[in-house]
Every structure is written in C-alpha cells, then in structure tokens.
Design a binder for this molecule. Structure first.
Ligand code: ADP
Length: 310
C-alpha cells in the first residue's frame, strides 16, 4: 500500500479559440472541471496499476470539497483520506487554445493548511503502508513529519519536489527515492552532460558532484526524467542506469511525470528489480502522453501489460 501526503485540487479548463487579453470576456467552447493536483494524480495513477492507496488530503469548506468527496467515493478511495480546513479547496483555472497553448493559475488553498499534527493523527495508517510519497504542493512540516515517521520504521519514502522549492535538509535526509524532471534537476544544480543532445550519451551516466552530494545526503535513488529522452537513475549503491523512453505519438505530456512515478512505485512494490521497475515507469509515462489531460490518461494494469508485452 502507498500512503500519499496531499495534494488535491479541482482543475478547471476552458477551451477558447485564442487566449484572452486583459479585460476581455471570451466565450469558450468546452468547460471541464476535473480532480487533479500532483498528489491526487499520483494516488490515482498508482491505484489504476492495482496498488492499494491511502493518504491524507486537505479540502476546504466550499462547493469544490464535495466534488473531491464524490470523486474519492467513485474511485473507491476512503473518505477517511480527507481532512477539512477553513477556506477554499485547492483549485486551478486554465485557458487552452486550439494549439494546446495555455495560461493557468492554481490556488492551493486548503492544501497549504496540512500540518505535522495532521500527520501524527494519521500515523497508525501511515505506518501500515509500504511506501510514503509526497510532492511540493504540500508545506514542508507535514512532509518532514511523514518521512521521519516512515523512515524510523524502515518504510521507503518518495519525493517529487514539484513545483520546485529548495529541499529542506531534514526532508532530504529522510528521502529514499527522489524523482525530478529536467526543470527540477536544473534547480538542484544537476546538469547531465548530453542533456541537450537527442540521445542520452554514456557520459550522462557519470554522477556529477551535485548528484554525489544528494546521494551522500541520504537519498538512495535519484531519478531524473527527461521527457522523450527517457530517464536516468543514480544510486547510492550500484552503477547508474539509463531507461530510454518508449517511442509513441505523444499528444499531451501532462501527467507523464506522475505516471512515471506511479509505474516506478508499482514496480518496486511488486518486487521488480530497478531496471524492470524503470521500464514499467517509462511505459506508464509514454502511455499517459497518448491522451489529453491526466485524469483519464493514466494506464491501467491491463493496458500497461499489453503495452510492454509481459
Ligand atoms: P514531467 O511530466 O514531470 O515533466 P517528463 O516530461 O520527464 O516528466 O516525463 C516523465 C517520463 O514520461 C519520461 O521519463 C518518459 O519515460 C515518459 N515520457 C514523457 N514524455 C514522453 C514522450 N513524448 N514520449 C515517450 N515517453 C515520454
């Protein structure tokens, strides 16, 4: 079972013929409101792969909190995964033009009210999981508490520091698996030689000082995802690995990173060796790019098996 520490938002999008100008009022062709948020996406993607999910997600006291509650019920997620806070449920609004170009703003609202005390009250459930995952749509304090509790019991932790902010040393010290995309890697000072080239060269697999530092700071496994160039894994024990991306006709890469992390988690919890878990992860990332949005596009256990042919 995976325990996810937040976040959840209602993602609203309006399809428009062109992006609006300041002060302008446009009519859109389609309106869509879907549950999303990095933590929720990870929970959803993991559950589609047949892995049990628990977690703590904070919603507000508004109309959108019932959208989240009913989605959780439909997905078979326990209502006990939700805590209520004053104020608004996390929500985002996006305008999307026919070319897929967009502008958006997200208000994390109640997600920012999650505290270390909340985690302590969920401790018995958290400690029944095999892996604890968090993203940076949650404040440091609850992540810190959750990871410290987990690691003290030998439970694996996974951090996707997105949207990026510097990682607190205490969180890093308790992070088993750190998954970053190219943007977050750059923010951490990780440069991978060959990054700008079409393929990832062998030199890319030489850990740089920034990578060595992360591994020395407590991270067991650092994975840098590079979109259509695949992913590179650096380990505290063992040589680096490169997992190429599967070649697909991608239409929308939203959610690819979440799906990759979910595939990795499902693979590792199923006891696969790292190279096989990375292959599942890359397949999940690739499959997610075949459809628009994230909510509907995460692969199931069945579609993953059909795709990788196992
Ligand atoms: P994020 O969505 O967090 O920015 P990436 O874009 O690096 O993350 O994608 C995560 C993983 O998903 C990649 O390592 C790759 O395996 C897969 N992926 C992403 N984009 C593509 C693509 N265009 N074709 C095939 N696989 C892709």
């Amino acid at each position: 079972k995976v325990f996810v520490v937040g976040s959840v938002v209602v993602a609203c999008s309006v399809k428009v013929t062109r992006l609006p100008l300041a002060g302008e009022s446009l009519s859109g062709s389609t309106f869509l409101a879907e549950p999303g948020g990095k933590g929720f996406n990870l929970a959803l993607a993991v559950s589609r792969l047949g892995v049990g999910v628990d977690g703590i997600f904070s919603v507000g006291e508004d109309l959108f909190s019932s959208v989240i509650s009913s989605t959780f019920a439909q997905l078979g997620f326990s209502s006990e995964m939700l805590v209520r806070r004053e104020g608004s449920t996390g929500a985002g609004v996006a305008f999307v033009d026919p070319a897929g170009e967009n502008c958006l703003a997200v208000c994390l609202g109640a997600n920012l009210a999650l505290t270390a005390d909340d985690i302590r009250s969920f401790a018995p459930r958290l400690l029944r999981s095999n892996l604890v995952a968090a993203t940076f749509e949650t404040p440091d304090a609850p992540i810190d508490e959750a990871f410290a509790l987990a690691r003290a019991r030998g439970i694996t932790t996974l951090l996707n520091p997105s949207p990026f902010r510097p990682i607190a040393p205490s969180i890093l010290a308790n992070t088993s698996i750190l998954v970053v995309n190219a943007v977050e890697a750059a923010a951490l000072g990780i440069s991978i030689p060959g990054l700008s080239m079409p393929g990832v060269s062998d030199e890319a697999l030489q850990p740089t000082p920034a990578i060595d530092r992360l591994l020395a700071d407590g991270v067991d496994l650092l994975i840098v995802t590079l979109g259509h160039r695949g992913a590179v894994a650096f380990r505290s024990h063992g040589p680096p690995l490169h997992q190429p991306a599967f070649e697909v006709a991608a239409v929308d890469t939203v959610g690819a990173g979440d799906a990759f992390a979910a595939g990795l988690i499902a693979g590792l919890l199923a006891g696969k060796p790292l190279n096989e878990a990375l292959r599942s992860a890359a397949a999940c990332g690739a499959l997610t790019t075949l459809q628009f949005g994230a909510f509907k596009s995460f692969p199931t256990e069945l579609s993953l098996t059909a795709f990788v042919g196992q």
